[in-house]
Design a protein around this ligand. Structure first.
Ligand SMILES: [Zn+2]
Length: 42
């Protein structure tokens, strides 16, 4: 069973790669957390 309802009620975004919460202190267009973005750049 998935927690779609749970996430749908949250305004927070989550990383599309690892699913962790994305802190929107930086660019709001990001869909991946810092960790995943760094791993992709390498
Ligand atoms: Zn991530």
């Amino acid at each position: 069973m998935m927690n779609l309802e749970f996430y749908r009620n949250l305004p927070k975004k989550e990383c599309r790669e690892c699913g962790c919460e994305i802190k929107e202190q930086h660019e709001s267009y990001l869909y991946e957390c810092e960790h995943c973005m760094r791993s992709q750049e390498e």
